[in-house]
Ligand binder design. Sequence first.
Ligand SMILES: NC(=O)c1ccc[n+]([C@@H]2O[C@H](COP(=O)([O-])OP(=O)(O)OC[C@H]3O[C@@H](n4cnc5c(N)ncnc54)[C@H](O)[C@@H]3O)[C@@H](O)[C@H]2O)c1
Ligand SMILES: [Zn+2]
Length: 368
Amino acid sequence: MQESFEILSSTGNYSVVAGTDLLAHLIVQQPDAIYMVDERLEGVLPTTITNRILIKANENNKSLESMPEVILKMRESGANRNSHLVAIGGGVIQDIATFVASTYMRGIQWTYMPTTLLGMADSCIGGKSSINVLGYKNLIGNFYPPVAILIDMAFINTLNEEQVIGGLFEAAKICYARGYQSFLAYLNESPSYPLNTDNAQRVIVQTLKTKKWFIETDEFDQNERLLLNFGHTFGHALEAGTNFGITHGIAVGIGMVVAVEYAKASALLSATGINRAEHLIQHVKVMLGDGLKNVIANPPEIDLALVLEKFNNDKKHRTDCYRMVVPKEEGELALISEPKNDAVHNRIRLAYQQGLAEIGYLNYQLID
Ligand SMILES: NC(=O)c1ccc[n+]([C@@H]2O[C@H](COP(=O)([O-])OP(=O)(O)OC[C@H]3O[C@@H](n4cnc5c(N)ncnc54)[C@H](O)[C@@H]3O)[C@@H](O)[C@H]2O)c1
Ligand SMILES: [Zn+2]
């Protein structure tokens, strides 16, 4: 069954449609569009679509340094200010397409078809782009939503366990951020691997409708939407500290566990809050399997000193304090500022150690 809803935005409302056979319909409706597609997915395009820009989905290609090449390809495709761009791929293709569509000839219209669970359940709405610059991840970006987002459930079928669980962690994060009842409603949809297309659609639509509240309430990331960074500050450090051996979504899952441990070590939670946050930890643990065995065959070694250094350098902190999203009191999320002193450093280290122990990561070498 097809489902659709609107996202209200100051730059114009846009629609989200989730269902099956959406790619086939899109191709009929937009035969002359320029298709910017994840190279891995080239096979889904019929030969009739000749205007195609294929991009390998990696962090190098979503960099400012790679943009001239993509923009040149747009020009060679004959794109003008009335052209329509269709982007098909995960978060990397989305970030590139948002940036290119917003700047090419001062901005052209575009449609996005997300193909990873992270893209479908999270990043596709909100309109943000994040572009790497000279090795610094997501240093620049802007807001430029597509006119339509079409979520074709068929793309779920080729995602592996790590990709699905990573996407589900982003979904769990959004629902937990909205409140404990919303997290329970999410769990009620039995999010797990493998996801069949019906199950996936229910989880995706429910999660996007939850995220809709955040982006309509705080379109430009000033207040409520910042809570969606839950798991990210702790998680990014694990991603970067393992040279991306732990992928983004998985790192967010572990990052949420570490954030809960930080809140516990800082005595921020009431008894109810501890129970609710533990419920989230249990969910992450079950999904990961002991020591991450469900998602990575050979989990990388973690050098805790390097992870702490990456945590320290996160761009979301201020010069005089750390900024992190953690559960407090009854388990609700809050953005807190912590001074950069020894007590806080020790709690951050302890939170990583406890968090990694919690998910069984001690089976692997923890260089400290
Ligand atoms: N702009 C935003 O709001 C936003 C939000 C979150 C994340 N991001 C960015 O998104 C990126 C991560 O997103 P992602 O995980 O979707 O990354 P991605 O686009 O790199 O996709 C991950 C992998 O999945 C493959 N893939 C894509 N669709 C597939 C399919 N249907 N079947 C099998 N394989 C498929 C890709 O080729 C790639 O190897 C990061 O760069 C992150 O910074 C952006
Ligand atoms: Zn994320």
